[in-house]
Ligand binder design. Structure first.
Ligand code: N2P
Length: 384
């Protein structure tokens, strides 16, 4: 279930004070307005629906301070949850962050996105043209979206526990998870796979040496068999948000999830100082690469605020704050010099050329194949 919050937890108490003071000032101004005039209007609201742990809280605070626009902020932790919410229509959101494929592609095809108002988003010019070209295959002319953050999917692990329980298992390969003899030994210290057919199946197909986008029944059967073979050893198949928590607390020693989530979990574990060491690995068989897009639903209640927000977020200093906090790379090169050195130089945040060359972007399966995948996933989750 998506966690619903008014705003992500502020990182410092001072921020919370600001959140309280700003509406107070607005109320006070309304009360002091000369009698006889129309009552002051409620401040405009921007409704954002983003991935969990995918922004720096101070960015929202500063947006409200500068524009007077209040932000209502909800989160999801899988593309399936986002799609379910959006396909019902009238989501009430002004800004969403779908992955370029398949979700953003499908929403464009369904006419569910409003083209960006380029005149109101001059900071689109800050985006790396080479990265923006990569998402053009689903959005010619980049009309409907701007890259927010991107990243790979791979394995988060506690290397010390893994070495202890499965000394001969390779740490840099998807074999670590997908070979039953490894999963069986690691089950004792806890394994989780995130609940997302969209983000897990292509990696399994790739590991099997098959086309990650395959719609062939034989390929999907092979993927299902491989998943079923490790199913008894999985502690849970929760949303990616729960996986981040389980990694950070040391509750699991192996998890398949998104790169920045693992790096955030590692940072949290270090801060807790309880000796939990977490590492991220983009498997050598090839990691799935995802571009998450800032986009505006066609029926957004406040599209002007949406465009203003996208422009604000694309400022180099905002993107740097977001990457520093989330440990996901962005697509604004001018933010690079503003990054914390340990973030900028972390090869798991900004993958080196050879990892990128070996990575793949999943496509958008046609509806019939999508149905097969969804059913396969339900059987996997149920374990039968
Ligand atoms: C945020 C996960 C977003 C990555 N917690 C999805 N590509």
């Amino acid at each position: 279930m998506p966690r619903r919050t008014a705003a992500p937890r502020p990182s410092r108490p001072g921020r919370r004070l600001g959140a309280v003071l700003l509406p107070l000032v607005v109320l006070l101004a309304a009360a002091l307005a000369p009698a006889g005039r129309a009552p002051a209007q409620a401040p405009p609201v921007l409704n954002v629906y983003n991935w969990s742990d995918y922004i720096a809280p101070e960015v929202l605070q500063r947006f409200t301070e500068e524009t007077g626009i209040r932000v209502r902020y909800d989160v999801y932790d899988s593309l399936e949850t986002l799609e379910a919410k959006l396909s019902a229509g009238r989501s009430g959101y002004d800004v969403i962050v779908p992955t370029s494929e398949p979700t953003f592609a499908r929403l464009i095809r369904a006419g569910a996105l409003r083209p960006l108002d380029r005149a109101r988003i001059p900071n689109l010019a800050n985006l790396d043209p080479a990265l923006m070209r990569r998402v053009e295959r689903v959005d010619p002319g980049n009309r409907h979206g701007a890259i927010y953050l991107w990243g790979t999917t791979g394995l988060g692990m506690r290397p010390d526990r893994v070495r202890e329980l499965a000394p001969d298992a390779p740490l840099d390969s998807f074999d670590l998870l997908m070979r039953p003899e490894n999963a069986r030994r690691l089950a004792r210290c806890g394994i989780m796979v995130m609940d997302s057919a969209t983000d897990v199946l292509p990696m399994v197909l790739r590991w099997l040496g098959r086309d990650p986008d395959s719609t062939e029944a034989a390929d999907l059967r092979a993927a299902e068999q491989a998943l079923m073979a490790i199913r008894p050893y999985l502690r849970a198949i929760p949303g990616s948000g729960a996986i981040m928590d389980a990694l950070a607390t040391g509750e699991v020693c192996l998890a398949m999830t998104y790169s920045g989530d693992v790096i955030q979990a590692a940072a949290r574990a270090r801060q807790a100082g309880r000796g939990v060491e977490i590492a991220y690995v983009a498997p050598r068989e090839g990691a799935q690469l995802a571009f998450d897009m800032l986009a505006v639903p066609a029926d957004a209640p406040n599209p002007e605020a949406a465009m203003a927000f996208i422009d604000f977020v694309l400022r180099p200093e905002m993107m740097a704050a977001i990457t520093n906090h989330t440990r996901y790379p962005n697509a604004v090169p001018a933010s690079r010099p503003l990054l914390a050195p340990e973030v900028r130089d972390d090869p798991n945040v900004y993958p080196p050329a050879e990892v990128l060359a070996n990575s793949f972007v999943a496509g958008t399966p046609p509806p019939a194949a999508e149905r097969l995948r969804t059913r396969l996933w339900s059987r996997f989750k149920a374990g039968r």
